[in-house]
Design a protein around this ligand. Structure first.
Ligand SMILES: C[C@@H](N)C(=O)N[C@H](C)C(=O)O
Ligand code: ZN
Length: 216
């Protein structure tokens, strides 16, 4: 026996139409998971300064020297490393995901938007969508750059005219490699790069634990 309900076909069609945009939004949903870079590539040099006293605060701020990034952002950074290694270079990573509470602490010490983002808006680091990086040669020796990391002065600005030719060439090499994989250079800091789709990711404040804790 065939069951026939009047208007059934039309109702099915309307339901389908209602569900289509929902399906599209699922397809566009970004990957919110965090990845620990060390789980993927041991050739990237981790020099997580905020896990040491060698940073602009003079204090150890992170309990662990880890680079956590949104998974897709981490995959892009791995591609940068792969391409650089083929040319005889390696990435040095200074900072990745940074909890919002740490951003507030930094901002209290350095209240200048050119060097520390406003925690009211959230840094792209707080979203797991920014990295502070430099370059080393294949043996791990850091390359000359226009300034020290977190040197909050005009020396850190991209295209600073006072940089040596070598430092300029090295920072341009880094910039090109990062841009090629979808990272945007930050004008006042040669080391800082934002994932171009950073807006997709929410600001987070989970602590950087010694292990685990890779979720929002
Ligand atoms: C603090 C410095 N390393 C940095 O990452 N600055 C940018 C602007 C930020 O806070 O997002
Ligand atoms: Zn940064």
């Amino acid at each position: 026996m065939k069951l026939y309900i009047p208007g059934m076909k039309q109702a099915f069609f309307v339901l389908l139409m209602l569900l289509l945009p929902f399906r599209e939004s699922i397809a566009r949903e970004p990957d919110m998971m965090f990845a620990d870079l060390a789980d993927y590539d041991a050739s990237i040099i981790l020099d997580i300064r905020y896990a040491t006293t060698n940073n602009f605060t003079g204090k150890k701020v992170y309990p662990a020297a880890r680079c956590l990034l949104r998974r897709d952002v981490a995959m892009r950074l791995l591609k940068v490393q792969e391409k650089l290694r083929a040319k005889g270079y390696r990435l040095i990573v200074f900072d990745c995901y940074r909890p919002l509470s740490v951003q507030k602490h930094f901002r209290a010490i350095m209240p200048d938007y050119r060097y520390v983002a406003d925690p009211a808006k959230g840094s792209r680091h707080n979203r797991g969508a920014a990295v502070d990086v430099s370059l080393a040669d294949s043996t791990g020796r850091p390359l000359e750059m226009p300034s020290r990391y977190d040197e909050f002065s005009q020396k850190a600005s991209r295209g600073w005219a006072g940089a040596s030719a070598t430092a300029r060439r090295n920072s341009e090499l880094l910039e090109t490699a990062m841009k090629d994989e979808g990272f945007e250079p930050f004008p006042s800091e040669w080391w800082h790069f934002d994932a171009s789709d950073w807006e997709l990711y929410p600001v987070s404040d989970f602590p950087l634990e010694k292990t685990g804790g890779c979720e929002e």
